[in-house]
Design a protein around this ligand. Structure first.
Ligand code: FEO
Ligand code: CA
Ligand code: CA
Ligand code: CA
Length: 597
């Protein structure tokens, strides 16, 4: 065939029609290949994958389960490092019935969480990528629930982080439920610890003094075991024995993939909540700014502004300096005020409310460390806006505005009162492809929120905002597509991750779409006459969510993480609803890359 290639940001494509195929279906002008699957070897001495004989030791060297965030860091023109999160496990889909005892399954699951660094290289077609020979890469590495982390920022070593097993409060084993993330200007990867609460059990009633904070974070408040019951193989997960262990999760972590011997870091300065991810930009005045969402119904959007400024040169000293930028500065939470809906647009002004600097708490009655460890409780005291599940929050490198995916909130209008930033209390969904639209209570299809910092300054404390997209079927009256002609756009539901190409188009991936079609990936211009023209770029297999996404710097490739294929009601290893990527008869979460073909 001819060598086509082409810029994925500017290429015209035919939008993918809604479908329920058990495959990655790209726009017809594109093709794709799978880069790496759950179980493929990562570390140099990783054994071959054998689902019937899987062991914790093998899994700790192989690609983990449920890949989520995707980073691609170029090494040279031909090679790069793929850095991924492994958010969680679906044990019921992973193991043939009766092949593994319960304790072994728990230990494999612990090893299948975390992150991976994988050397990749260009494939035979322009824009295609394949994994390199793992035996020859000095970078390949797995991070698991057992990998040692250091702790940075004001809460490092604080009493609240100490446990019987770590009296220093500064040496934490493992990272859990790593959802989205971001690649920093200094070439490291940030990863958000999201729903860490689910991993903890309580062999006895938890300490009453800690119960209110446990409750705010969704941790267990009474005696009992989670369905994972990890405390049966690792006592750290028993709140009765190690009541402060959950304080050591819920952070943004930073990994330097360029140094395979580096110890990853948990950054306390960025606060503790259910971190979707973190995206860093360098403001015009040199301070770095991280935007972050807390993914829970009615939770908040945050930003961090560094005390020190970025050094752009690539010396080792400057890189060390930059890697400390997230350890000191000011943490803010957002409040959104509407200007009234009579103007026909959901929009208004906003303010970033300071919670704490590295030296001074701005929340009465709470110390700096308490604000950082119990950030949700601190934010509750200053009146931020309760949002419809903030997922990815990311600045657009072309127009400087910030885009936040607010995935949905079925309880908006009931448990949570509507406001102009969260206005939808009734929305239209579809139970199956081709079926009728049905009205349901709440915001079922989500929004994309657009923010403009005053003066275009990312360190500003005031901003304006609007809902760029009110997602759904464009035939539904509540939907809005940036002012674009709704008869011409693709339907979209439940935005989760966002990314940008070099011309500033927004790419949106979805999770849990409620319009009868599978989840997928969309491209939409945010400026000019095409602003709001949402076009579906690809769909993912049965039961899967689209994660990543990432447009490579050369604009030739779109990476996606296909997470939890086959995750449907009633499925089991012997009764799978998906067999994607169609190599083994059972599903394997995998990274894929799409390119002009
Ligand atoms: Fe793991 Fe908020 O999605
Ligand atoms: Ca308005
Ligand atoms: Ca999600
Ligand atoms: Ca997510």
């Amino acid at each position: 065939g001819s060598r086509v290639g082409g810029n994925v940001g500017t290429a015209a494509f035919t939008p993918v029609a809604p479908n329920i195929e058990d495959n990655v279906v790209t726009a017809a002008e594109f093709r794709h290949n799978v880069v790496i699957r759950w179980g493929d070897p990562v570390e140099a001495d990783a054994p071959a994958f054998d689902v019937n004989r899987q062991t914790p030791e093998a899994q700790a060297k192989q690609f983990g389960y449920n890949n989520d965030y995707v980073g691609v860091l170029p090494l040279d023109g031909r090679r790069a490092l793929l850095v991924t999160n492994h958010e969680y496990t679906d044990e019921y889909l992973m193991f043939p019935t009766g092949t593994h005892d319960a304790a072994t399954i728990k230990r494999i699951a612990l090893a299948a969480h975390g992150m991976a660094v994988v050397a990749i290289e260009r494939g035979s077609k322009p824009g295609s990528w394949v994994r390199s020979d793992h035996r020859k890469s000095r970078y390949n590495r797995r991070i698991t629930a057992h990998t040692e982390f250091t702790v940075s920022g004001p809460a490092a070593g604080h009493d609240l982080l100490k446990t019987d097993l770590d009296p220093s409060g500064a040496r934490i084993l493992g990272t859990l439920n790593n959802c989205a993330g971001g690649t920093t200007p200094w070439g490291t990867v940030l990863s958000g610890e999201e729903n860490f609460n689910q991993y903890f059990d309580a062999s006895a009633a938890p300490d009453p003094a800690l119960v209110p904070a446990y409750a705010r974070y969704g941790l267990r408040t009474t005696q009992g075991l989670s369905s994972r019951a990890w405390s049966e193989v690792d006592e750290r997960f028993d709140l009765a024995r190690h009541p402060q262990e959950p304080h050591r999760f819920g952070w943004v972590v930073e990994l330097d993939p360029m140094d395979p011997t580096s110890t990853p870091v948990k950054h306390t300065m960025l606060g503790r909540f259910k971190h979707e991810g973190a995206n860093v930009t360098v403001a015009a005045n040199g301070h770095v700014v991280a935007y972050m969402g807390d993914d829970e119904r009615g939770d908040y959007i945050y930003k961090f502004v560094s005390r020190d400024t970025y050094r752009a040169d690539s010396s080792a000293a400057s890189r060390r300096h930059n890697m400390a930028l997230l350890s000191a500065g000011t943490l803010y939470v957002a409040r959104y005020t509407g200007d009234g809906s009579a103007d026909g647009i959901h929009d208004g002004t906003g303010v970033w409310i300071p919670l704490t600097s590295d030296t001074e708490s701005f929340v009465p009655g709470m110390s700096v460390a308490e604000v950082l460890v119990f950030t949700r409780l601190a934010a509750d005291k200053v009146g931020p806006t309760k949002m419809d599940r903030p997922e990815d929050v990311e600045p657009n490198p072309v127009n400087g505005r910030i885009y936040a995916a607010l995935t949905n909130n079925s309880r908006r209008g009931t448990a949570f009162a509507a406001d102009e930033a969260n206005p939808i209390t009734e929305s239209h969904v579809r139970d199956e492809l081709g079926g009728p639209l049905v009205k349901k209570a709440g915001n079922r299809n989500g929004y994309v929120l657009e923010m403009t910092e005053d003066g275009g300054d990312h360190t500003a404390t005031t901003f304006t905002w609007d809902l760029f997209l009110v997602c759904g079927d464009p035939q539904a009256p509540e939907t809005y597509f940036g002012g674009y002609d709704k008869t011409k756009v693709s339907m979209i539901s439940c935005p989760d991750n966002v990314a940008f190409d070099a011309v500033g188009n927004l790419w949106i991936s979805t999770d849990g779409a409620k319009l009868g079609s599978h989840d997928g990936l969309f491209r939409v211009p945010v400026d000019g006459p095409e602003r709001g023209n949402v076009q579906q770029f690809l769909t993912v297999p049965v039961g899967a969510e689209t994660c990543g996404p990432l447009i490579t710097e050369d604009q030739l490739s779109v990476f996606i993480a296909v997470q939890h294929p086959g995750e449907t009601d009633g499925a089991s290893f012997e009764n799978q609803s998906s067999t994607w990527p169609h190599t083994d008869g059972f599903p394997r979460p995998s990274i894929a890359v799409a390119y002009r073909g």
